[in-house]
Write a protein that binds this ligand. Structure first.
Ligand code: 9MR
Length: 552
């Protein structure tokens, strides 16, 4: 347990950028003012007034806000107010999120399937290779004329999805998209970054090196006979708490689904344009990705409504999505941007998906984000005002929620679903798009607040990323971390976060049933304390965005 009470004064336990907005939340405080003190000497460096008392519905605490945005001096500080224990220490630094970003990306290396993690790159988290996936069986549900049931295929590499050891195309889709979008939007930031992974220094930015590990697996998930894409590569059931190399059950590819095939089409089109300038490093790869994307698109046209249905003998994650219009629109948009072929624009325009916070079942926003990013290079058919208006309207709605929030976050009660931390981060991803289009400072500030939220300006008092902040999860639902109990958990992983509804996964009770407080740092809590590739990706995006966009 942390020596400081991180719930009395809730703030970003990692820190703030000098020119960024800086907020803290104080619980049950009688004083009307607060001060910032130097963490080493205790000397007061700044003081300010607290806002009026209010309550935030998802946490129901009596709280007051402290705004110290005007204080910009780099250093290490604590916040104090009469009657409360001092806050956790935090920094103000021009590179406040650089280490966080690198760790959040390096998590993907730690979650690689099919590779031994050597001590030179993995340090104390080194481990033998697991899941070579060079002998994968075609499940009955995936059988086709070219590949009857039991056919052996190879689909190596890829990332484990989460705390489990399975690999799912739908969740890989939004994850790869978000990481590639981070690179497309902030190339200078990533070109300067070295993650110290085995490929570092090979002429590709490390973010691309890492994403290629998963893209290569995804390519192997397409049936060469017809272009359809398997929904997942999985064991029949979840493994126990063992290291990857100790998990030796048979592996299967299960069903082809329209959602998986369209998500594949979207990210292969995107990856094709991202890889185009790297022909020298990876000859032919960009063209191969585009061809794979087109074939997947064509399969989905011929099979527009194949929903994933879990076969009775398969018990791992489902990623079942019954609403496919957004997947069609997203694939169409990415193919349009990459090929400039207007028939894909027409397909997108016919659907014009509703824009809402992105998530694995809701990918429509990803299409709008990509179109906005590439708006100057689209053909004449594209409706630029519509594209900009869609993105700005959603970002504006989150900024308005943030302004009206007693807690200064866009999050509301209904947002505390499974993976609430990633909901906050994906709202911020949309706020960043709004800021990039409009230059409206409140959108940047609202995005900053989402990062603050997951890093400790949170009713639980947790910085939700392993290894960061004063009080962070020590027992994430992550098999390799749990199977190495003598080590701290793998760093840089964001946990799912509190979730409304009865938490019945643990024998130990949740500390609260309130939506923003129903969280426990316990291995059993797969509903609130698991980690996942799709939750880390917007953390990578947002930390790079704030680091790149916040004025000095
Ligand atoms: O993130 C997924 C969440 O939206 C679903 O409600 C939940 C239950 O189906 O599954 C989550 O995804 C899990 C996946 O099915 C298996 N690997 C771990 C994922 C994170 O918990």
């Amino acid at each position: 347990p942390a020596a400081v009470d991180t719930t009395a004064i809730q703030l970003n336990q990692v820190g703030y950028l000098p020119g960024g907005s800086k907020w803290a939340v104080l619980r049950d405080v009688a004083a009307d003012s607060f001060s910032l003190v130097d963490a080493a000497t205790g000397r007061e460096v700044w003081h300010g007034s607290l806002g009026v008392a209010s309550s935030w519905e998802p946490a129901q605490e009596k709280l007051r806000l402290a705004d110290f945005s005007a204080f910009r001096e780099p250093g290490r500080y604590r916040l104090r107010a009469a009657g409360l224990p001092p806050s956790a220490p935090f920094v103000i630094a021009p590179d406040a999120y650089a280490a966080l970003n690198a760790a959040a990306l390096k998590f993907y290396y730690f979650n690689r399937a099919g590779m031994a993690l050597d001590p030179a790159h993995a340090g104390i988290w080194a481990r033998p290779a697991g899941h070579a996936d060079d002998h994968v069986l075609v499940h009955a549900s995936a059988a086709g004329p070219g590949r009857p049931e039991g056919t052996v295929i190879a689909a190596p590499k890829g990332w484990y999805d989460a705390g489990d050891y399975n690999k799912y195309i739908v969740n890989s889709g939004i994850t790869v998209y978000t990481l590639l979008a981070a690179y497309e939007h902030f190339p200078a930031f990533f070109k300067a970054q070295n993650l110290d992974i085995p490929e570092s220094g090979n002429g590709l930015p490390d973010v691309l090196n890492e994403v290629l590990w998963n893209l290569e697996w995804m390519l192997a998930m397409q049936d060469p006979a017809d272009g359809g894409v398997y929904h997942k590569l999985t064991d029949k059931g979840f493994d126990g708490i063992v290291m990857p190399h100790q998990a030796r059950h048979d592996r299967y590819v299960v069903m082809k689904s329209t959602a998986a095939t369209l998500d594949f089409a979207a990210v292969m089109a995107q990856a094709s344009r991202v890889m185009a300038p790297f022909e020298a490093q990876r000859p032919g790869l960009s063209a191969r990705m585009l061809a794979a994307s087109r074939r997947a698109w064509d399969w989905a046209q011929a099979h527009p409504d194949v929903l994933y249905r879990q076969p009775p003998d398969i018990h791992t994650g489902g990623y079942e999505d019954a609403k496919l219009a957004d997947e069609f629109a997203w694939a169409a948009a990415e193919l349009y941007i990459t090929t400039r072929d207007e028939h894909y624009w027409q397909s997108f325009r016919q659907i014009a998906p509703r824009i809402e916070v992105p998530g694995w079942p809701d990918v429509g926003a990803l299409a709008w984000v990509s179109l906005a990013q590439h708006r100057e290079r689209l053909t004449a058919a594209a409706d630029r005002p519509l594209i900009e208006a869609q993105v700005r309207t959603l970002a504006d709605s989150f900024a308005s929620r943030w302004e009206a929030s007693p807690y200064r976050v866009a999050m509301q009660t209904q947002d505390f679903i499974w993976g609430s931390n990633a909901v906050a981060l994906n709202q911020a991803l949309m706020l960043i798009q709004g800021y990039r289009l409009s230059g409206e400072r409140r959108m940047l500030d609202a995005a900053q607040s989402a990062l603050d939220f997951v890093l400790g300006r949170h009713p639980t008092g947790y910085a939700m990323v392993t290894g960061f902040g004063t009080r962070s999860p020590l027992h994430p639902h992550h098999r390799p971390s749990a199977a190495m109990p003598e080590q701290p958990p793998v760093p840089g992983m964001i946990v799912g976060g509190p979730k409304s509804g009865p938490g019945d996964d643990c024998p130990t009770p949740y500390p609260s049933t309130l939506p923003a407080k129903a969280y426990q740092d316990n291995l059993c809590s797969y509903t609130t304390n698991e980690i996942a590739i799709n939750w880390n990706a917007p953390l990578v995006y947002l930390s790079a965005a704030l680091q790149s966009l916040t004025p000095d």
